[in-house]
Design a protein. Structure first.
Lengths: 277, 86
């Protein structure tokens, strides 16, 4: 039974963090639940696609702190920046604040800090939660008319194909993120030269002819914009201007081969279960 | 002149405007008393106009991580000592 003194004691305030996605297009993609997280938080940290979207967020909450200034000007590794984002958000959680990290797109897709801050908060006993958002990947499927369930779909950060021996399945769509800065090992640059993309093409050319189609895609972030879609060949990839926000899509080259042995086993199972006894 | 952020939010939530033709969008923006910069952006597709209007603050963010496994793998363990092999 509670004593009067216990009842009168205010509940201890525990910090918490929710990382939410703002979606890609201003005004179009924010979910009701993500908006509620934003409105109910004590403090907002924001990593968004541009300053206009940040101004939109500022209309939803009086204390929006941009994570943008933590980037260096080509002199600081993004690994350092991302850790700083985690540190600055955790500092407020430890003060007992209800913190909301707002990230463009989906907070957990191709984003290191939201996962890291949630892990850090939970390891210290704080409540932490991620709320999905509409990602660039989602927009890409809609704008290019790709259903990843039809042929399969492989996604790689483009560097993965250069830094590691990566097996590519040419039966599926191949989607390469951050091709515009492929080959940057300093994690400081926002763009790399055509010679770096040439190395990527060399890797891809082991599986695809240079005449194979490559689609350079950039989703819209403002509702008065449309997606930008450029269709080129793989061989042209080094010589077209590609920004960090653009994604390269390589359509399937081959058709999947039927697994006859497995089909025979499925036939046997069907016979067993469709005609028992 | 109507607030540009408010207008952008309205357009983003309006099915008839979000994918309207440039001409239809421009007419709609005119009737909404949109700023010159917003109308120019809708007409040309160049978002720099509206960015300038809102203080020139751009700064697109790249919060993608480098591949998580870029560290040099640890060296292989030393070969076992002769005595241990025996």
């Amino acid at each position: 039974m509670n004593t009067p003194s216990m009842l009168s004691e205010p509940p201890s305030r525990r910090g918490s963090i929710a990382c939410v996605g703002l979606g890609m297009v201003l005004g179009s993609h924010l979910t009701p639940l993500a908006r509620s997280h934003i409105e109910q938080a004590d403090v907002i940290f924001a990593a968004l696609s541009n300053g206009i979207v940040e101004k939109w967020l500022e209309r939803m909450h009086p204390d929006v702190r941009s994570l943008q200034p933590y980037y260096g000007k080509g002199d600081k590794s993004r690994k350092v920046t991302y850790q700083e984002w985690v540190d600055v958000m955790m500092a407020e959680v430890r003060k007992g604040k209800v913190v909301c990290g707002v990230f463009y797109g989906h907070p957990g897709v191709f984003a290191w800090s939201p996962h890291a801050v949630i892990e850090a908060a939970r390891s210290e006993g704080y409540e932490a939660h991620m709320e999905p958002g509409i990602s660039a990947e989602d927009c890409l499927y809609a704008d290019l008319g790709i259903d990843p369930g039809r042929r399969g779909c492989q996604h790689f950060e483009a560097n993965q194909l250069l830094f590691f021996d990566t097996r590519i399945n040419t039966d599926t769509y191949l989607i390469l993120w951050q091709t515009g800065l492929v080959g940057d090992r300093s994690f400081k640059r926002l763009r790399t030269e055509p010679a770096y993309r040439q190395l990527l093409v060399e890797v891809l050319n082991k599986d695809y002819p240079l005449s194979h189609e490559a689609i350079v895609y950039r989703g819209a972030t403002l509702p008065i914009e449309q997606a930008r879609v450029r269709r080129i060949t793989l061989g042209e990839l080094p010589n077209v201007d590609i920004t960090a926000e653009e994604t390269v899509v390589i359509p399937p080259l081959s058709r999947p081969r039927r697994n006859r042995a497995m089909m025979a086993r499925l036939d046997a199972l069907d016979r067993m279960f469709e005609n028992p006894g | 002149m109507t607030n540009t952020i408010e207008l952008l939010e309205s357009i983003g939530q309006d099915a008839s405007l979000r994918h309207a033709s440039a001409q239809d969008l421009e007419q709609a923006l005119e009737s909404m008393h949109a700023s010159d910069a917003l109308r120019r952006t809708a007409r040309t597709g160049d978002v720099r106009h509206v960015k300038m209007e809102l203080g020139g603050k751009d700064g697109s963010v790249n919060h993608n991580p480098p591949p998580f496994n870029t560290q040099t793998p640890p060296p292989p363990p030393p070969p076992p000592h002769k005595n241990e092999q025996a």
